[in-house]
Design a binder for this molecule. Structure first.
Ligand code: BTN
Length: 286
């Protein structure tokens, strides 16, 4: 972003075109995720799918946008990217998931995204708990936001969880594009690889990987398997962390992820399990 708040898109590659106005509906032939609604511009793909879910939209609807005017990040933050540069996509999930394991729905998307990035590039991202995808250099490549609506009538099926992910594909082109506070902490596939990654191919790989992860969420063995993969990918385990919680903060060493996807932290006051919070990786003590 430039100093006056505009984006410096430079020679940012426009990676695909979408329709204007109403969504263009497409299909990529992936069993659960065949209903893909594409937008040139929308406020937020998460907002769109939550509204669709309230009207009874089924499991598997996908919304993808070339640009979001009010993209939502975690903890009420904004999520911004210039038009035509990054992959901005949300999926509507209705899965038979115990309330205490809902985190695994967003973890499934994060894991699917690491697979997709691995398939389309040579980058192997790690997952910073709860769901950030980090490049090997520790800078953020993607963020995940899950929003659930538990108020719907049972005839619509399992309660909807909308999981949105923003993957920095073509933006930032360089650190010059970033506001000062993000320099050193955000990156893109373009910055990591020096090449243009096709957003449609990345979307297809993401949905295919996610398709294989949805059914296992409904069994305890499947969830344990997903949690085990999360554990292997989670670069927070072993790190000293500060966790910002709704009612305060705690500091310690992250030691594990539970089968429900929650973070285990060893603190001076004992072992704590964190269900929701914002994690800062700290430098090792001493
Ligand atoms: C984060 O703060 O790290 C989460 C960012 C999530 C952004 C994605 S982009 C697609 C979807 N639509 C939104 O409004 N937000 C998510």
């Amino acid at each position: 972003m430039t100093e006056d708040g505009r984006y410096n898109t430079g020679t940012a590659p426009r990676l695909c075109a979408t329709s204007h106005g109403n969504p263009k509906v497409g299909s990529v032939g992936i069993s659960s995720f065949g209903d893909i609604r594409r937008f040139d511009s929308i406020d937020s793909t998460n907002r769109y799918l939550l509204d669709q879910a309230r009207d009874g939209a089924p499991h598997g609807v996908v919304a993808v946008a070339d640009h979001q005017t009010a993209g939502r990040g975690r903890l009420g933050r904004a999520w911004e990217a210039p038009p035509g540069s990054n992959l901005l996509v949300s999926v509507l999930l209705r899965v038979d998931l115990p309330a205490g394991s809902r985190h695994l729905a967003s973890a499934a998307v994060a894991l699917a995204a690491t697979e997709a990035i691995g398939a389309e590039t040579e980058v192997v991202p790690g997952i910073k708990w709860p769901n950030d995808l980090l490049a090997p250099d520790g800078r953020k490549l993607a963020g995940v936001l899950a929003e659930a609506d538990l108020s719907g009538p049972p005839e619509h099926g399992f309660p909807p969880i909308v999981v949105g992910i923003g993957i920095n594909v073509g933006w930032p082109l360089s650190d010059d594009d970033l506001p000062e506070e993000l320099v050193g902490s955000a990156t893109s596939l373009y910055q990591e690889t020096g090449g243009i990654v096709d957003r449609s191919a990345l979307l297809h790989a993401l949905l295919a990987a996610l398709d294989a992860r949805v059914a296992p969420l409904s069994t305890s063995e499947g969830r344990a398997g997903q949690a085990s993969e999360l554990r292997q990918r989670c670069v927070t385990i072993g790190r000293r962390v500060r966790v910002e919680l709704a009612g305060g903060q705690l500091e310690g060493t992250a030691t594990d992820v539970t089968d429900e996807g929650h973070l285990v932290v060893a603190t001076a006051d004992g072992v704590k399990t964190v269900v929701a919070g914002d994690v800062v990786h700290l430098r090792p003590a001493g």
